[in-house]
Design a binder for this molecule. Structure first.
Ligand SMILES: Nc1ncnc2c1ncn2[C@@H]1O[C@H](COP(=O)(O)OP(=O)(O)OP(=O)(O)O)[C@@H](O)[C@H]1O
Ligand SMILES: [Mg+2]
Length: 367
């Protein structure tokens, strides 16, 4: 281990303060110092910032739970790390990757707080445009499937309505017959409604979506309705394991988008195989507060030299016009928000795992 002299540490600190956005606050969170980078990015002069708290930069992007979590971490002596969206003096938004920590006095009580931040606005902007690109790319494919899927129940409704009208014209309509027809119409309209719900989930801009509490079982039925339809069309068996009937707190649109990407990939991979199935299973670790969503397909895994690149943006093994190579990189980016997505090599078949916390703010970090 190398030990540095205190002068070296001072040099390191000087170098960090050249590139980082640094601020100190007192115990009440009022700014007592801000470096030149802080003033530049926020648009405020040091005088304007002094004695203000960080609410002066509040963009309204994060909910109160987000800040509560940060203060809880700081009060318990931990370093808080996260990405924050701030608003500058001109009303523009900027993103910073932040580390905030408490500085203790000799009695080991909190004396003040310090924050070191780095500007990641550009990274966020690129992530956002990649998300938009992905949606455009899948639009054509989605339209084709939707048209096909909605046409079937529509044709049924048309046919059954005609026969219902004929029945009603009879002197004594057969009530049982009428009931059967009405049930058929209801079933078809439900099918259309399910597809529309699934589409709404995909098309919403999940990027800024808030966390909401949902029933996992009901959510999965909606989220998988589109994929189930596509699998049926492609004669792929979509096995859905037992889904726990529990409430979870998540960003549902984002999870739906990830599942859609994973199932699309699985379909593409096993398209020409003799054995064609995709299995979705869910298990949880209540102690770690983690939900594991496993998507396994009948493929035989991904070769190492490909597997190491699959999360790279624009990496694809598909022919031109078929894949953009964005699906997994976007899914992994979304998942990283507060979980993770990975390819699980050790299984016999091709397996991806999506890990998400079941409840926000209660995640126990694994070592
Ligand atoms: N289930 C899978 N089985 C085998 N290979 C896979 C599987 N999922 C992903 N891959 C590989 O990873 C690559 C990258 O996947 P990704 O979803 O990022 O892009 P894509 O599917 O090629 O294009 P896009 O999703 O943008 O239409 C794929 O081209 C494929 O080679
Ligand atoms: Mg894909």
């Amino acid at each position: 281990m190398t030990f540095y002299k205190s002068e070296d540490y001072l040099m390191i600190l000087k170098a960090i303060s050249e590139v980082a956005i640094i601020a100190y606050t007192d115990k009440q969170g009022r700014i007592t110092f801000a470096n030149k980078n802080f003033c530049e990015i926020s648009g405020y002069s040091l005088e304007e910032l002094l004695h203000q708290d960080h609410r002066i930069l509040n963009s309204g992007h994060h909910n109160s739970e987000f800040f509560k979590e940060m203060y809880q971490a700081l009060l318990s002596g931990k370093i808080w790390r996260g990405e924050i969206c701030n608003k500058n003096k001109n009303g523009g938004y900027y993103w910073v990757d932040s580390q905030v920590f408490a500085i203790m006095n000799e009695d080991n009580h909190i004396a003040s707080y310090a924050s070191i931040r780095f500007d990641i606005t550009e990274k966020k902007r690129i992530q956002c445009s990649i998300l938009q690109l992905e949606k455009l790319a899948s639009l054509g494919e989605i339209s084709a499937v939707v048209a096909h899927e909605i046409n079937n129940p529509l044709a049924i409704i048309e046919l059954v309505s005609k026969s219902l009208l004929n029945e009603m014209k009879k002197e004594v309509p057969d009530i049982n017959h009428v009931e059967v027809k009405i049930n058929k119409i209801t079933k078809s309209t439900n099918q259309i409604a399910k597809i529309v719900r699934g589409l709404k989930t995909i098309s919403r801009n999940g990027n800024l979506e808030d966390f909401s509490e949902i029933n996992l079982k009901n959510f999965m039925v909606d989220a998988l309705s589109f994929s189930s339809a596509k699998c049926r069309q492609n004669e792929i068996f979509l096995k859905i394991g037992e889904i726990p009937d529990i409430q979870i707190e998540c960003r549902p649109d984002q999870i739906s988008q990830i599942l859609l990407n994973l199932i699309n990939n699985a379909q593409d991979a096993i398209w020409t195989n003799k054995e064609r199935w995709i299995e979705l299973s869910v298990n949880s670790d209540d102690h770690l507060n983690i939900l594991y969503i496993n998507i396994i397909d009948s493929g035989e895994g991904i070769a190492d030299h490909i597997a190491k690149k699959i999360l790279d943006p624009f990496f694809t093994t598909k022919e031109v016009g078929k894949g953009t190579g964005l699906g997994l990189s976007i899914s992994a980016t979304i998942a990283r928000d507060n979980g993770r997505l990975y390819y699980e090599k050790k299984r016999n078949n091709t397996a991806f795992v999506l890990e998400i916390p079941m409840y926000q703010g209660k995640l126990v970090k694994k070592n």
